[in-house]
Design a protein. Sequence first.
Length: 138
Amino acid sequence: MESILNLVVNAENVRLVLLAVLGFCGFVLMNRRMDRMEYSLNKRIDNVESSLSKRINNVESSLSKRIDGVESSLSKRIDNVESSLSKRIDGVESSIKELKFNDFAHLSSAIEALTFTLKKNGSITDEDKEYIGSRLAL
């Protein structure tokens, strides 16, 4: 028994036992501290994810509203341009019809006189006169 007591009391063995006990306590303390740090980091990560999710949703909502506004504005502008072009085209078409009618109405008597003169001089045939009349709707 004395040899066991000598062995335990031996300074070298006491140092080893003390180091083993302190090492185990240090491991337990570090393990608990790591668990707390992991919990704290997970909590922070959850908060950051939640915050980022809210910000992303706000940005999406804001962009959606801006896009809707731009789309509405562009749609109104396009409608205004279409309406303006339609009115201008209608005005040009009516002007062209009016010009055609007025030009031929004005020239119709001059063309008849010219074709009569050409026929009288023998420079135009009845067939030519019919052709000219059908082209000018005389």
